[in-house]
Ligand binder design. Structure first.
Ligand SMILES: C[S@@+](CC[C@H](N)C(=O)[O-])C[C@H]1O[C@@H](n2cnc3c(N)ncnc32)[C@H](O)[C@@H]1O
Length: 266
């Protein structure tokens, strides 16, 4: 059978798709997996193997509807996500948890462009305070613990909090700079009502940031982690599997279904 006409049609359709893809379409989240597949096809990318392979997710799940009250109304800004942000659905869940719990003090590790910070602060009570810690631009080369491969993409940016409005920054948000592996968290011990951990994605940093969170968050307060069960960040999954499965303090961690969020009421 002559399949040349079909192949020719596919050739020109692919050509049109490639023109769009390489003219910028590749930066859209839904097209990005194709970059990985192309690199893999041409031998530039290998599936992780051995101990760094994607671990199975073992943290029990909870549905978003089970943790969010039905009548919670949130305030959202900068909803569209860029590479490195949490997804719009995750942003909504985070905002809803902040809104319904009314935390006076929030603490985020990993400011990045400030999108999550601004949305956390916008849903806190009017007299709330939101602290956000970020590694300075040159900090990647002096990090106290091993970073995950891929962390540097988000560390090496000209400015932290670039997407936060001036109004948000001058209100209840305080930007802090330092390495979460060495930062002095002691002034915040026992004072934080909600903590969001989305800094370095290495196993070592997730364990270290979680220990800091445990000391900072008040009993009954909420700890949230991002990037659980992500193919790109196996260290986060390994650390949270271990904490939930082996450390009684963290046995109640739950993975929010259809998201990369995990949560725990301390
Ligand atoms: C993936 S981004 C966070 C994204 C953010 N939550 C959002 O949705 O917009 C990770 C951030 O953690 C910061 N970071 C990485 N390692 C860190 C460390 N050791 N201490 C503090 N911040 C760190 C990076 O500079 C980066 O801004």
């Amino acid at each position: 059978m002559n399949d040349l006409p079909i192949s020719l049609r596919r050739y020109f359709q692919s050509l049109a798709g490639c023109a769009y893809f390489f003219a910028g379409g590749a930066l859209r989240r839904k097209h990005r997996p194709l970059l990985y597949l192309l690199c893999k096809h041409f031998g530039f990318e290998k599936e992780p193997e051995g101990p760094s392979a994607r671990p199975a997710a073992t943290v029990p799940t909870v549905s978003a509807s089970a943790i969010i009250q039905d009548d919670t109304a949130v305030c959202l800004s900068r909803i569209a996500d860029v590479e490195g942000n949490i997804t719009p659905a995750e942003l909504m869940i985070l905002a809803a948890l902040v809104k319904q719990r009314g935390p006076a003090v929030c603490f985020e590790i990993g400011t990045f462009d400030g999108r999550t910070t601004e949305n956390i602060a916008a849903n806190q009570p009017v007299d709330g305070q939101c602290y956000t810690l970020d590694l300075p631009l040159d900090g990647a080369d002096r990090a106290a613990l091993p970073l995950a491969s891929g962390d540097k993409t988000y560390i090496k940016k000209p400015v932290s909090g670039a997407r936060m409005s001036k109004q948000a920054q001058s209100g209840r948000i305080t930007q802090l700079y330092g390495d979460s592996g060495t930062f002095d968290f002691s002034p915040y011990y026992g004072k934080v009502d909600l903590m969001f951990i989305d800094g370095s994605h290495s196993y070592e940093y997730v364990l270290s940031d979680t220990e800091a969170a445990w000391k900072m968050v008040t009993p009954g307060g909420l700890i949230l982690w991002h990037d659980y069960d992500s193919r790109w960040w196996p260290g986060v999954t390994r650390a949270l599997n271990q904490l939930q499965g082996q450390d009684p303090r963290f046995a109640a961690i739950r993975h929010v279904e259809n998201t990369a969020l995990c949560c725990l009421i301390r």
